[in-house]
Design a protein around this ligand. Structure first.
Ligand SMILES: *[C@@H]1O[C@H](CO)[C@@H](O)[C@H](O)[C@H]1NC(C)=O
Ligand SMILES: *[C@@H]1O[C@H](CO)[C@@H](O)[C@H](O)[C@H]1NC(C)=O
Ligand SMILES: *[C@@H]1O[C@H](CO)[C@@H](O)[C@H](O)[C@H]1NC(C)=O
Length: 344
């Protein structure tokens, strides 16, 4: 842990000051090797820069900005059975720095989610007959949408989610798809195929299902990098984040590996922290554009940022709570984890 922190700090400075003493270099490289690598073209310069690229897209806090400018994020999900997932995604988006976080869920989930937090705006519309219209009204005011946390597999809700994805595409907003949203995509890949402002965040099971749907082949477990790359390409080069012991991120051209130190403990809800933070970072990176990301795909940079942040929250919460760590403990770490990684 100590080594890790030291090297993160050094990394950002060394890039700028070009001063590296030999023992520090070793640490630095070791960290880089452990933390991420680029498939194929393995240039150290690229790797050193990625944290800096994430920092570049983060809007500065100044008094001149008005409410809403740093991000209004919509979470589509939450039904009778699942109320935790949309809450974790939405509260994480706020803690990462979004100004407003909207949850679009079913009527009976809404009161429950509101009672978890007075900070969220909760719309009890997802199971209403005019759900799509109700969400569409808000879309012009939203900067990104996260589809899937706690969505469930009810036919009518999936139909509504599908129509909301279509409306969001028409508006050109970044779409993050997770959980049962991914189940929907594996049934109807054409729904998102070719929309390069989409980021999919499958775990290993969800990844296999998508991969088989798209490539008509089982996943080749000896070539995880290649599989992530091929799935992204098959979907038209949208960004795919395969969550796992190491997160693999691809945009069809590159594969980034994020193995930033977390802990051996994974808890339910960790994926919702990832999708919520990605909602914000995708908006920031998209807004900043390739100019700020040094020509790198902004969505790759956003995904790398969100993966590192989630792992850092896991690491910090684990230090405090060990085995008893839960997603709520991770949410409490978002602020300090963010400063450690991106505001050093
Ligand atoms: C890091 O990786 C590069 C190439 O992948 C290798 O040459 C180098 O020895 C590694 N450094 C450490 C400290 O493991
Ligand atoms: C890596 O990319 C650089 C330019 O970005 C290029 O000059 C070099 O040949 C590439 N190396 C490999 C192994 O593809
Ligand atoms: C996806 O990216 C690959 C690698 O850069 C490229 O060869 C391919 O043409 C791209 N496909 C689309 C649909 O943009």
């Amino acid at each position: 842990m100590w080594v890790w922190l030291l090297s993160t700090r050094l990394m950002s400075r060394c890039v700028k000051c070009q001063f590296v003493n030999p023992s520090v270099t070793l640490l630095l490289f070791e960290y880089l090797n452990r933390s991420f690598s680029l498939h194929r073209n393995h240039t150290l310069k690229d790797m050193e820069n990625i944290f800096q690229l994430v920092r570049n897209v983060i809007p500065p806090l100044t008094g001149k900005r008005h409410k809403g400018q740093d991000g209004r994020i919509g979470i589509v999900g939450g039904c009778r059975e699942y109320t935790g997932a949309p809450y974790f995604a939405a509260i994480t988006a706020l803690k990462v720095g979004a100004d407003l976080s909207h949850v679009f869920c079913t009527k009976d989930a809404a009161t429950v989610i509101k009672s978890y937090s007075p900070e969220l705006i909760v719309h009890p519309v997802l199971d209403s007959p005019n759900a799509v219209h109700e969400v569409d009204k808000w879309l012009p005011r939203l900067h990104s949408v996260v589809i899937g946390p706690g969505l469930g597999r009810d036919e009518a809700l999936l139909e509504n989610a599908k129509a909301i994805i279509e409306k969001s595409k028409l508006k050109g907003i970044p779409i993050i798809i997770d959980a049962d949203g991914l189940w929907l995509i594996s049934q109807q890949p054409s729904l998102i195929q070719g929309y390069q402002r989409a980021i999919l965040t499958p775990n290993y099971m969800e990844f296999s299902r998508l991969y088989e749907a798209m490539l008509r082949d089982p996943v080749d477990s000896s070539d995880h990098h290649g599989c992530v790359l091929r799935l992204s390409q098959a979907l038209g080069n949208l960004t795919v984040v395969q969550k796992g012991e190491r997160d693999l991120i691809s945009d069809g051209e590159k594969v980034l590996v994020c193995s930033h130190e977390g802990s051996s403990r994974r808890c339910g809800g960790q994926g919702d922290l990832l999708s919520g933070s990605l909602g914000v970072l995708a908006h920031w990176a998209f807004l900043a554009g390739a100019e700020k990301t040094n020509g790198q795909n902004p969505f790759l940079v956003a995904a790398f940022g969100a993966c590192s942040l989630t792992r850092q929250c896991n690491n910090q919460a684990f230090q405090k709570f060990g085995r008893s760590m839960t997603a709520s403990d991770m949410v409490s770490e978002v602020g300090t984890a963010f400063s450690k990684l991106f505001e050093t």
